[in-house]
Design a protein around this ligand. Structure first.
Ligand SMILES: [Fe+2]
Length: 390
């Protein structure tokens, strides 16, 4: 196998390569940390690779402690508890270690240790980010252990607001971790169904960013190559979790997706967020289920773009239908259910979820504009397995 190793400064400092977790203490020290707080979830906290990462830090003279009170689809209480742990332990930096939930919570903790306002004051609206006291923010080294969210290279955290059961985006440009340490060996233990679900989240990021309107050739270039990598390597990563080459390409494709979606997301994420916020469905899995229904809905404006994408990915059918067929085959191959009903979303949810999807910040990035009625219809299509255009 080719050795896949690289040092990049885009979109932040990225250190990529199998086995490079051993560099973790050096990266913490380079940001001035002496007492890092490693933030992860309870499941990961129990794994040997987490204990090993902590030991690497301790052996290097860093007084590292673990905070693991992070739930899937994290809530404000997780962030508040993390801020308390940070202050109690007199920590001076954060190691964000895990999948999307752990990374998002860790980034939010690093933001909130320096603030006096409540977290919802920093929602991604207008210029609310200017309310942040930047000097109080803690430095972050991000270590992703799944290939999907791309949160390690993102400038925001998605936190569920239990007051109205919506996912809110907490944003500040400096929430982008200062250093990202990407070691694909940390992802080899992910079971096939999680590998598939998070891999499809990465695909949805690249795909929605590519489809979003607006002039951003750099983001589109990243997105199409991200999708080609996913086409080549996601089935292999699902079939053989120990394939480090497949894991490597998926980890990069995941970071590429989050880099590209600064251009925008779309209705896949709009539909997905209310399902997760209300029914706790898996984010990547939900995106994967709704993907073909959203593509079909947007078909009229995507014919030319999909033809270009199909050519780049080497599909035999270089058209919109070629891409749609590929998405459907990929979903089947890696065991994604075909309908939202298959993951517990019922027809009675379509009406109450539609306004939430409409209000989701991702909605503005969809290549055709959508009404609440459209979202209700899209839910019904996805629940019933009805693939049809708007
Ligand atoms: Fe996502």
């Amino acid at each position: 196998m080719t050795t896949l190793i690289g040092n990049w400064n885009y979109p932040t400092l990225v250190r990529f390569g199998a086995g490079r977790i051993v560099e973790l203490p050096d990266h913490c020290k380079s940001l001035g940390m002496k007492r890092p707080l490693l933030v992860t979830d309870a499941g990961l906290a129990a794994l040997p690779m987490t204990a090993r990462s902590v030991k690497l830090c301790l052996d290097a003279g860093l007084e590292c402690e673990v905070f693991a009170d992070v739930q899937p689809n994290p809530v404000e209480a997780n962030v508040t508890a993390g801020v308390s742990a940070f202050r109690r332990g007199a920590h001076d930096g954060v190691i964000a270690f895990g999948g999307g939930s752990a990374l998002d919570t860790a980034k939010a903790i690093a933001l909130m240790v320096g603030q006096t306002r409540p977290i919802w004051d920093f929602e991604d609206r207008e210029d609310w980010f200017t309310r942040v006291n930047v000097t109080g923010m803690a430095p972050v080294v991000a270590v992703p252990t799944t290939a999907g969210t791309g949160s390690e290279v993102g400038r925001a955290s998605v936190i569920t607001d239990l007051r109205d059961h919506t996912k809110k985006i907490i944003f500040h440009p400096k929430m982008m971790p200062s250093i990202v340490l990407e070691d694909p060996e940390l992802t080899v233990g992910l079971p096939p169904h999680i590998t598939a679900a998070v891999g499809m989240d990465a695909l949805s990021h690249n795909l929605e960013a590519y489809c979003a309107p607006g002039y951003h050739p750099m983001a589109e270039g990243i997105a199409v190559e991200g999708m080609r990598l996913i086409k080549e390597w996601l089935p292999r990563a699902v079939t053989d979790g120990a394939d480090v080459e497949a894991r490597s390409h998926m980890l990069v494709a995941s970071s590429m997706g989050a880099t590209a979606f600064q251009k925008g997301l779309g209705a896949m994420h709009s539909l997905s967020h209310p399902c997760s916020a209300n029914l706790n469905t898996h984010h990547g899995l939900t995106n994967a289920v709704v993907m073909p229904y959203v593509l079909e809905w947007n078909r009229a404006v995507l014919e030319e773009k999909m033809a270009r994408l199909a050519a780049w990915m080497g599909l035999a059918d270089r058209s919109f239908d070629g891409v749609l067929k590929w998405v459907l085959e990929l979903r089947r191959e890696i065991g994604i259910p075909h309908t939202l009903a298959g993951i517990g979303v019922k027809e009675e949810h379509a009406k109450p979820f539609a306004p939430q999807a409409f209000a989701d910040p991702s909605t503005g990035g969809n290549p055709v504009s959508l009404t609440e009625r459209d979202f209700e219809q899209l839910y019904l299509n996805s629940i019933r397995g009805d693939l049809k255009s708007a």
